[in-house]
Design a protein around this ligand. Structure first.
Ligand code: BG6
Length: 474
């Protein structure tokens, strides 16, 4: 393991900060999403409605408690903290001329505090929190204008923080939107609400194209500054296995994988892959893609690939095989993998899949990889003021061991590893508190009650030791 390996944790502004209207912040798309559960989807409401409950409004109050929380991260020995900059703190509506100085100041102070503890900020520019105004007025990423809005926001952030932040990512889990059957992903990725009778797939590819252009412009800009900045894409790792060695299953899995890899293919290689151009031709899609866009994409290839890894999925070409779905995380068209257990939310647990994915991605692209999310969402129980989350330790340990095999035995270049939700955040897909990821417990319940007190779980001490020994003792 390299000595400068970036061990750390990951959170996102909208899932922890709260203070949803403080210091000039505008409404973001996360602010109009109600709480759901494993079985009840979150609702997207038309603005903030009375009588509805929006868990992200308060988050875990990181906005006011970030020093206390960063002290805990420092105690664990974090080398980096991955978080995002809430777009709406900087441009509350998204289309203003000038940024909100109070919002900029907040991140200045937070980054300074991190750096004073020797923790590097790793920043996602857009993590499911675009200004709601851009949705209402422009239709979100349906609209080409979002390229300029996003670019302006990114440029302001990079100019302001380039001496403090060296690792940047443009769009979080940009490939989630392929799941067009689940409306939440179109909204969170792109601020899009599909209309009845429209071809959602076509709308999705158009939005993704605008995001590719916007992302490439940001990469290009950061490079032009010659400040040793690294800009990456960020994808959700969703590897698909064939259910059997029947070539039909293998081909089906390959197609499913291509659908996901499409995003990194464009962002890493800088051009549209032939399989996608063919698909668009067959479907008769004429997307708004100009020669200039293609030129920008070509010149804005990312420096590294950030990805989240939680689970793998298995598919079958045989229509009569029972479909079990993958909880709320991947296509519903998936079948059971008898070799894997699942979490209480139906997500498969597959540490070896991480080694497989790391190898696959490194073979394909040959650029550094950064595991910016991995973690276990589970219900924690407090006994005598303690949380014995042995299941979380086991999950993280097994994934780290497989990552280390990929690095040390397979030669994959991995920059770092950040545990998702290092302090219990609001769950993104369900809006729950009870789906906990943290090594630090937050006393907050699904209905928003609780003291917000922080408690160290057993995993806190385990992770501290793992970092101390640079992974030698996991
Ligand atoms: C990723 C997101 O999808 O997975 C995070 O980048 C999210 O924002 C994480 O929280 C875990 O998902 P969930 O739904 O369990 O919170």
């Amino acid at each position: 393991m390299r000595n400068n390996f970036l061990w750390g944790g990951a959170i996102a502004a909208h899932q922890v900060e709260g203070a949803y209207l403080e210091d000039g912040k505008g409404l973001s798309i996360a602010d109009v999403m109600t709480a759901g559960s494993h079985t009840v989807p979150r609702k997207i409401t038309d603005g903030v409605l009375e009588g509805e409950y929006y868990p992200n409004h308060e988050g875990i109050d990181f906005y006011h408690r970030y020093k206390e929380d960063i002290d805990l991260f420092a105690e664990m020995g974090f080398k980096c903290l991955r978080t995002s900059i809430a777009w709406t703190r900087i441009f509350p509506n998204g289309d203003e001329e000038t940024p909100n100085e109070k919002g900029l100041k907040f991140y200045d102070q937070m980054f300074d505090y991190l750096l004073s503890k020797n923790i590097q900020p790793v920043i996602t520019l857009s993590h499911f929190e675009m200004p709601y105004h851009l949705v209402k007025k422009y239709g979100g990423w349906r609209n080409r204008k979002c390229i300029d809005f996003f670019y302006k926001f990114a440029k302001v952030c990079i100019d302001r923080y380039m001496n403090k932040v060296k690792y940047w990512m443009t769009f979080n889990e940009i490939n989630n939107q392929t799941l067009v059957e689940n409306p939440i992903f179109a909204f969170t990725n792109s601020g899009i609400l599909y209309k009845d009778n429209e071809d959602s797939l076509k709308v999705m590819y158009q939005a993704a194209h605008y995001q590719f252009v916007a992302s490439a412009k940001v990469v290009n800009y950061a490079r032009s500054l010659q400040q040793d900045l690294h800009v990456g894409c960020m994808v959700a790792a969703l590897p698909f296995y064939p259910q059997t060695c029947n070539p039909k299953d293998v081909l089906k899995a390959q197609k499913c994988n291509q659908k996901q890899l499409f995003f990194s293919d464009v962002q890493v290689r800088g051009y549209y892959p032939s399989y996608m151009k063919k698909e668009w031709e067959i479907k008769g899609y004429q997307l708004d893609i100009t020669q200039e866009d293609l030129h920008i994409i070509k010149n804005g290839c990312v420096d590294f690939i950030g990805f989240s890894y939680y689970l793998t999925s298995t598919v079958s070409a045989n229509m009569s095989v029972e479909k079990v779905g993958s909880g709320n995380a991947a296509g519903e068209d998936t079948v059971e993998n008898p070799y894997l257990k699942t979490s209480a939310w139906g997500w498969t647990i597959d540490p070896e899949g991480l080694r497989y994915y790391l190898n696959d991605m490194y073979d394909r692209y040959q650029i550094p990889l950064f595991i910016v999310e991995n973690g276990f969402g589970a219900v924690d129980v407090i006994e005598d003021g303690k949380i014995h989350d042995i299941y979380r330790i086991e999950y993280l340990r097994n994934h780290i061991l497989e990552m280390m095999k990929a690095i040390e035995e397979d030669g994959v270049d991995v920059i770092g590893y950040t545990v998702w939700g290092c302090i219990d955040p609001i769950s993104f897909t369900t809006g729950e508190m009870k789906k906990r990821y943290g090594m630090v417990y937050v006393d907050r319940n699904n209905d928003g009650s609780g003291s917000l007190e922080r408690v160290k779980k057993d995993s806190f001490y385990w992770y501290k030791h793992t970092i101390e020994t640079n992974g030698k003792e996991v």
